[in-house]
Design a protein around this ligand. Structure first.
Ligand SMILES: [Mg+2]
Length: 161
């Protein structure tokens, strides 16, 4: 099952109001200035060890290469990345009606973690689950794991029907 994370305000947070992983060492801290939410590397590792695919789905224009390198420096491996360029090409495409800025179900992503509450509504409409995450939350990683397990169990039941 695929789980995706938003970047801004979810994986990348401000150290002023969030607990964060230590900054990268020089010179990487000059190239990659984003600060990573505390616990993200451990969570990504845990999800992958439990058999989930971990994706990034961002409406930012950061390049795939940049995102992949930054994640790898924190020991996080990614199974897929959807940035704004890819989304615009593959989801919006030639459609004339405006699509939501993220469409996890297009990539068979079952659970998406995002700080913007609008995606919860889109999820109901387009068939993906959203875990809303915004403020500092010491238990966020466990909550995501529990939610992922719930979604996976529900999918298994649906498949059996
Ligand atoms: Mg965001």
């Amino acid at each position: 099952m695929r789980v995706s994370f938003d970047l801004d305000e979810v994986i990348f947070v401000s150290p002023e109001d969030h607990k964060t992983e230590p900054p990268l060492r020089f010179p990487f801290n000059r190239i990659f200035r984003e600060r990573v939410r505390l616990g993200a590397p451990a969570l990504v590792k845990e999800l992958r060890s439990q058999g989930y695919e971990v994706w990034v789905y961002t409406s930012s224009y950061r390049s795939t290469r940049y995102i992949r390198r930054l994640f790898r420096l924190y020991g996080m491996r990614l199974d897929g990345i959807v940035n704004a360029q890819r989304h615009n090409r593959e989801v919006q495409g030639n459609r004339t009606e405006p699509m939501p800025t993220k469409m996890p179900s297009h990539y068979r992503i079952s659970l998406h973690i995002d700080d913007e509450s609008v995606f919860a509504a889109y999820g109901k409409e387009y068939g993906f689950d959203v875990f809303p995450l915004k403020a500092q939350d010491d238990d966020w990683a466990e909550k995501v794991i529990v939610r992922a397990r719930q979604v996976r169990e529900r999918q298994k039941l649906t498949l059996k029907m």
